[in-house]
Design a protein around this ligand. Structure first.
Ligand SMILES: Nc1ncnc2c1ncn2[C@@H]1O[C@H](COP(=O)(O)OP(=O)(O)O)[C@@H](O)[C@H]1O
Ligand SMILES: [Mg+2]
Length: 445
C-alpha cells in the first residue's frame, strides 16, 4: 500500500508573523520519490514533520490519498520517518529497535518474522544482537532504515538521513536507499540540502527557499530550465556563472548584452527568446552561463550560435578527468543571497594590497542581502561604495570546464566561445526571462 501526499496552501509559523513555510502546494504521487531541496533553515524539516503529524498545520490542508489528514494522529498515518541522527534507543539491541514500533502497532503479533525479513533485505542479520554503541554510523543508519521498513509503511519521510556519514558511505547508502524504496514502491519524501544528492535520487525535486516553493520538476528540468536565479545557482556543480550585464538594443544595430568590458553579440536573425530581451533595453540583467556553455577555442572555430569573448586565466583547478579554469573576463559577478555555500574564490595573486578586501566586501554584502529579494543586483550608484578592483576586474568571474589537454597557466589570455543556445538571462527580480518563461519546464521533457 502506497499513498499520495498532497499539501495545499500549507503555512506554518513558530513565532507569530514569521512563516517558516509559506503557502506550500505540492502533490506527491503514489510511489514517487520526491526530494525536498533547499539551504538549511528553509523549512524542509518542518514540512516533513507536518506530513508526519509531529507538527501542527496552521493554514492549508494535508491530504493523504485525497482524504483530509490535518488532524489525523501520527500513528494513524502509517508513515515512517528516518532522521539524520539515527534516533535509536541506546538500551535496545538492533532487533528490539527494529521490532519496537511493531510491538506498539500490532501488539498481538510476534515481530520476529518481520524483523528477520527486514534484516535480510538490508544485509544486517549479523548486527541484530548488537547495541547502537557497538555499531558504526552507517550500520546505525541501516538499523534506523530497518525500523522504518519493517512497519510496512505507506510512505517514508527521510530527513537528511545520510548527512552524518562520510562521503564514501553516503554514496553507497544513497544507492541503497534508491534501490530499496523503488523495490518497495513506497512514496518517499526525502529532505536534503545537498543538490547532488537531490539530483541523483529524485524522480522530482522541489526547491524550497525561505519557506517558499521555488520550483518542482524532474532533475533534468530544474537544471535545464530553472525558473529563477536562485534555482539556477543552487543546482549544478560548479555553480552556474552569474554575471551582471546590460541589454543594449539599438534601433539600427545588433543587439548585445554588455558584460563589463566585453559584450555578447546576439546572432541575427534574433531567435524568439532573444527578441523578447529587447524590452530590457538599458536595464541591468543577470547573465547565467553554465560551465559547459563556454569552450576554449579561437573565433575562427565558432559554430553557429557561438560568440567570442576573451578571458584571462586566474586559476586552474585540475580534477583528473577534467579541468576547471577560472577566468577573469572583466565582468562583475551577481550576488545571490541564501545559497548554502558561496562560490569559493580562487586563490588571488594580489596585484594591489586591497584586492582581497574587495572580495571580502562582496562576501559581506552577500550576507547582508540574505533577507532581500531573490537576487540583489547592486544599483550602479552602489559602485561608489564598491570600487572596481584594479582594471575593473574581479578574479575568476567565469568558470569553464574543459579537458586536461590544454596547457593553461595563470596570466594567459585565452579566446572563448559562448554558446548562446545555453544562455540564461534573469531580470532584476531574479526571474528567468531567457529562455522565455512561457517554456514551462515540465512540458519540455
Ligand atoms: N520548534 C521550533 N520553534 C521555533 N522555530 C523553529 C522550530 N523548528 C524550526 N524552527 C525554525 O524554523 C525555520 C525552519 O526550520 P527547519 O524546518 O528545521 O529548516 P530545515 O530543515 O530546512 O533546515 C528555521 O528558521 C528554524 O530555526
Ligand atoms: Mg532540517
Amino acid at each position: 500500500m502506497t499513498r499520495a501526499i498532497s499539501l495545499h496552501d500549507v503555512s506554518k509559523s513558530y513565532t507569530r508573523g514569521t512563516r517558516v513555510v509559506d503557502r506550500l502546494t505540492l502533490d506527491i504521487e503514489p510511489g514517487e520519490f520526491l526530494v525536498l531541496l533547499g539551504p538549511s533553515g528553509c523549512g524542509k524539516s518542518t514540512v516533513l514533520r507536518m506530513i508526519a503529524g509531529l507538527e501542527e498545520i496552521d493554514e492549508g490542508e494535508l491530504l493523504l490519498d485525497g482524504e483530509w489528514a490535518n488532524d489525523l494522529l501520527p500513528a494513524d498515518r502509517r508513515i515512517a520517518m528516518v532522521f539524520q541522527n539515527f534516533a535509536l534507543y541506546p538500551s535496545m539491541t538492533s532487533r528490539d529497535n527494529i521490532g519496537f514500533p511493531l510491538r506498539i502497532e500490532a501488539p498481538g503479533e510476534d515481530p520476529r518474522t518481520r524483523v528477520d525479513a527486514t534484516a535480510r533485505m538490508l544485509g544486517i542479520e549479523d548486527l541484530l544482537d548488537r547495541f547502537p554503541a557497538q555499531l558504526s554510523g552507517g550500520e546505525r543508519q541501516r538499523v534506523a532504515m530497518g525500523r522504518a521498513i519493517a512497519r510496512h509503511p505507506s510512505a517514508f519521510l527521510m530527513d537528511e538521513p545520510l548527512s552524518n556519514l562520510d562521503a564514501k558511505l553516503r554514496n553507497h547508502l544513497r544507492a541503497e536507499i534508491s534501490g530499496l524504496t523503488r523495490k518497495l514502491g513506497v512514496t518517499t519524501v526525502y529532505v536534503t540540502h545537498d543538490q547532488a544528492e537531490a539530483m541523483s535520487l529524485g524522480d522530482r525535486v522541489a526547491v524550497l527557499r525561505g519557506g517558499v516553493l521555488q520550483q518542482v520538476g524532474t532533475p533534468r528540468s530544474v537544471y535545464s530550465l530553472p525558473r529563477n536565479v536562485f534555482v539556477a545557482a543552487f543546482i549544478g556543480i560548479p555553480r552556474i556563472n552569474l554575471l551582471r550585464g546590460v541589454v543594449r538594443a539599438p534601433l539600427d544595430g545588433a543587439m548585445t548584452i554588455s558584460l563589463g568590458k566585453q559584450y555578447l553579440r546576439l546572432p541575427e536573425p534574433l531567435c524568439l527568446d532573444h527578441q523578447l530581451l529587447r524590452v530590457q533595453q538599458g536595464r541591468e540583467v543577470i547573465v547565467g552561463l553554465r560551465s559547459e556553455a563556454v569552450r576554449i577555442a579561437k573565433p575562427a572555430g565558432a559554430r553557429p550560435g557561438e560568440v567570442h569573448i576573451t578571458g584571462l586565466v586566474e586559476h586552474v583547478e585540475f580534477q583528473g578527468h577534467e579541468v576547471l579554469v577560472h577566468f577573469n573576463t572583466g565582468s562583475r559577478p551577481a550576488v545571490v543571497p541564501d545559497l548554502e555555500a558561496p562560490r569559493p574564490a580562487p586563490p588571488v595573486r594580489r596585484r594591489r594590497r586591497d584586492s582581497g578586501s574587495v572580495l571580502e566586501r562582496l562576501r559581506n554584502r552577500a550576507g547582508a542581502l540574505r533577507a532581500g529579494p531573490v537576487v540583489a543586483l547592486e544599483h550602479p550608484a552602489d559602485d561608489a561604495h564598491d570600487p572596481a578592483p584594479p582594471e575593473g576586474r574581479l578574479p575568476g568571474d567565469l568558470i569553464v570546464r574543459t579537458t586536461p589537454d590544454f596547457d593553461l597557466r595563470h596570466g594567459m589570455h585565452v579566446p572563448l566561445l559562448v554558446d548562446l543556445a545555453h544562455l540564461f538571462v534573469f531580470d532584476q527580480h531574479g526571474d528567468r526571462i531567457c529562455p522565455a518563461p512561457a517554456r514551462l519546464p515540465d512540458l519540455e521533457e
